[in-house]
Ligand binder design. Sequence first.
Ligand SMILES: Cc1cc2nc3c(=O)[nH]c(=O)nc-3n(C[C@H](O)[C@H](O)[C@H](O)COP(=O)(O)OP(=O)(O)OC[C@H]3O[C@@H](n4cnc5c(N)ncnc54)[C@H](O)[C@@H]3O)c2cc1C
Length: 350
Amino acid sequence: MSIIKLITRMWFSSVHCFIVFRALISVTRAGSLLEEKRRIDGRTAFDVAIIGAGYAGLACALVLGRHLVSTVIFDGGKTRNARTKRIHGYLGFENTSPGALLSRGWSDVLQYSSVAVIKDKVTSLQSRNSQFFISSGRRKFSVKFVLIATGVLDIKPKINGFEKFDGDGAWHCPYCDGHEAEGKRLAIIVSGKKPMAYVKEFLGWTMDITVFPSRVRLSSREREQAATLGIRIVDDAITRIAGRTGNFPKKLFGKKDTYAADVIFYRLGYKVQTRLAEQLGCVLKEGYVKVDGHQQTSVEKVFAAGDIDTDRHYAVLAAASGARAAIAMYEGLLSEAVRGKIKRHKSHQD
Ligand SMILES: Cc1cc2nc3c(=O)[nH]c(=O)nc-3n(C[C@H](O)[C@H](O)[C@H](O)COP(=O)(O)OP(=O)(O)OC[C@H]3O[C@@H](n4cnc5c(N)ncnc54)[C@H](O)[C@@H]3O)c2cc1C
C-alpha cells in the first residue's frame, strides 16, 4: 500500500471515530438519543407499539421502559389464564393468582414514564414507508417497531356447569396444572390430532385416567395401547358436570351413564390470534407466527412473542420472549438513531 493511501485511510478512519465519538457524547449530554412521544400528521407517534398486555407484552414494556424507549402498549382485555385461580411454574410466583402477578407487572411497568397505556384493542395494523399505522377505537398511532403479543383463544367444552370449574377443577395445560391430578381420578375430554399423546402426558401424576374422546375416532392401536397402560376409554358425550371445585370429587353426566372424577382436563384446541400479523404479511408456521431467535417475524421491524409463536404455552416463556423482543427492538432503534446522528453530522460538515 502506498504511503499516500495509508495516510488517506488513517485520516478517514480518524474522522469516522471522531463522528462516532461526538454522537456518543451527545447521547450522554442529551440523556438519550431516542425520540420521545410526539405528534405527526394528527397521529401520536411512538417508537414501539406493543399489542397485547399479557405476560409477553408486559415483560417487553418493562424492558423498553427501562431503556427509555417511547412505547405504547395496547391492553385489549383479559389474559388467557384470567379464570385460573393460581399460576404455576413461574419462579417467585408459584400459587399466586394471575390477577396479583399481573398487577405487580403493571406497577413494575408504570414506573417508567416512557410507556403509555391504551386500554383498548387494536383493530387495524398497516405499514407504509417503513412506518406502522395503528387504529384503536377512534385513535390513530404511528410507530417504527411493533410487537404482536395477542396470544391465543381457547376453545372450551360446551358442557352445562363447566363455568364453575373453569380454571378451578377443569384445566387444559398439563405443564401448568397437571400436578393437580397427583394420585386423583382424572377425566380427560380430548379431540384433535394425536389425542393419546396428550393423555399420556398425565401418567406421571396419576394412573387413574378415563378418556372421553370428543369428535375424534381413536384407532384400534390407540385403544389397545390405552388398555395396556390401564387407561379407560369411554365413548360417551359429557353433557353436565357437578360437584366440588379444585381437585375434589365431581360427577360427570354423560348421555349413556354417570362418571366420578376429581379432576377434569380438556384439549379441544385454540385459535392463535394471528389476524394482525397476517395483515402485515407475516409468515406463519404450523399456524403460529414464525419468528427467529430474537422474536423477529418475516417482516422487518415486526416482532411477535408469547403463545402466538409457539406451541409451548407457559407464562414464564411468554415473558422471556417479550423481554428478548424488547432488547432486539432497542438495539434496532439505537443503531438507527446513531446512524441518523452520524449522517446528519456529516451532511452538516459537508
Ligand atoms: C386455564 C389456564 C391456566 C394456565 N395456567 C398456567 C400456569 O399455571 N402457568 C403458566 O406458566 N401458564 C399457564 N397458562 C398459560 C398462560 O396463560 C399463557 O402461556 C400466557 O398467558 C401467554 O402469555 P401471552 O402474553 O402470550 O398471552 P396472554 O397472556 O393471553 O395475553 C394476550 C393479551 O393480548 C390481548 N389482545 C388480544 N388481541 C388484542 C388486540 N387486538 N389488541 C390489544 N390487545 C389484544 C388479550 O386480551 C390479552 O390480554 C394457563 C392458561 C390457561 C388457559
